[in-house]
Design a binder for this molecule. Structure first.
Ligand code: ZN
Length: 403
């Protein structure tokens, strides 16, 4: 099927916006983008075409959220309800989250710890068209040491020693993991640890990274303290989650080695979300108390030139401060990066990290038609994404609000 989007401005993180643009889509991919008149006549000459007036909208690539959990269960009542779900309830709960996520304009997610391998079933269902959701790239269970960060539920696998961690990596890849997630320090949600607790020895981190790389999988690490991050970066770590306590020296090494940072700024500034879930006082204190150092750390990474990527940690679709968690985090990034770099951090940057640049990340000939539209200009103000009213993934429209 041929489709043509008209009366729109195309914006991506690559080139200047195309005003009065036409986007010609054939099947699931973009055939051509350019001035409307030219594109429309080419599309019409090729055969029947479904034309859509975008009403002056700004069309961008779909967002990519690099730190997602569809089965998140924080300490407290809300989290316990998810933790107590049986496999059938859990799978349906996650599928509902996936559908809501796509509705927010998030067409790609990177899942970095999901329970009981239900993520692989969900990914299969989405890819087969049996469930609606974003393109999923998932780590399966995150690897942790015995008693380590997140060990309390089925979204982690406890491993010890280099042999144990090699087995952990291989078992996630065997189940279908696209990447590996490992917890190398404590975090906000562990009762018996601090953010600064180192959790893996160097030989264990090396085992994870070497084994994953041998199988062509990247590794991302939940990590707080600079010393732990520094050691992992030297061993070839591909990405850092949170990075609560970086130093300028470690940030500089990340930039040199090409290690990306997904700062998840939301997690130290989301009291409303914690209250909603009944998150206990000790965790709230630790999270919100870590906020100022977290921002300082993020600014060090920015100054050093580290690649910054969008990731919410909160479920990507969660209603929060008048929008959803993904857009709220993108606004957090934009406050420091500005709208142009924020657009990169939410689209092209993640897609590059995932190795999908050939197919996604920009509005370009030959790529999948993963497109979203909004009335305001996201290069003026990132809050434009609050107004996403049209979502297309692979040429299929999943949301089109009546105006
Ligand atoms: Zn997380």
């Amino acid at each position: 099927m041929n489709q043509l989007l008209g009366n729109c401005t195309v914006v991506d993180a690559r080139a200047l916006p195309v005003k009065d643009a036409g986007v010609w889509i054939t099947g699931d991919r973009i055939t051509a983008v350019g001035p409307y008149g030219e594109i429309a006549s080419r599309a019409r000459a090729a055969g029947p075409v479904v034309e859509r007036d975008m009403g002056g909208a700004f069309v961008t690539p779909g967002l990519a959220n690099m730190h997602t959990h569809f089965s998140l269960s924080l300490p407290g009542g809300g989290g316990n309800a998810v933790k107590d779900m049986g496999p059938h309830d859990l799978a349906l709960y996650m599928a509902d989250g996936a559908r809501r996520t796509l509705d927010c304009g998030v067409t790609t997610v990177r899942n970095v710890a999901e329970k009981d391998h239900a993520d692989f079933a969900l990914r299969r269902a989405i890819n087969a068209g049996r469930a609606v959701g974003p393109r999923m790239y998932t780590a399966g269970r995150a690897l942790v040491c015995t008693g380590g960060h997140g060990h309390e539920s089925g979204d982690t696998m406890e491993c010890d020693g280099p042999v144990g961690f090699r087995h952990g990596v291989r078992s996630q890849i065997k189940a279908g993991a696209d990447l590996i997630k490992v917890m190398i320090s404590g975090g906000l949600a562990g009762e018996h640890e601090a953010i600064s607790t180192p959790q893996l020895f160097a030989d264990e981190m090396a085992a994870v990274i070497e084994t994953a790389h041998a199988w062509g999988r990247k590794v991302t690490a939940h990590a707080g303290p600079a010393e732990v991050i520094g050691a992992a970066v030297e061993l070839g770590l591909d990405c850092v989650e949170h990075g609560y306590q970086l130093t300028p020296q470690v940030a500089a090494r990340m930039a040199e080695k090409g290690t990306a940072l997904v700062p998840t700024l939301l997690v130290t500034r989301c009291k409303e979300f914690f209250d909603e879930l009944g998150v206990p006082e000790w965790m709230q204190c630790r999270s919100l108390g870590a906020g100022p150092r977290h921002i300082e750390s993020f600014q060090m990474a920015l100054e050093a030139g580290v690649e910054i990527l969008l990731g919410s940690d909160m479920p990507p679709f969660w209603s929060f401060e008048g929008t959803n968690a993904t857009v709220r985090e993108l606004e957090n990034l934009a406050e420091h990066l500005g709208p142009e770099r924020a657009l990169h951090a939410g689209t092209r940057g993640p897609i590059r990290w995932l190795g999908l640049e050939k197919d996604l990340g920009t509005v370009e000939e030959g790529k999948y038609a993963d497109l979203i539209a909004m009335d305001a200009d996201p290069l003026d103000d990132t809050s434009a994404f609050r107004g996403v009213r049209f979502v297309m993934k692979g040429g299929v429209v999943s949301r089109e609000d009546q105006r």
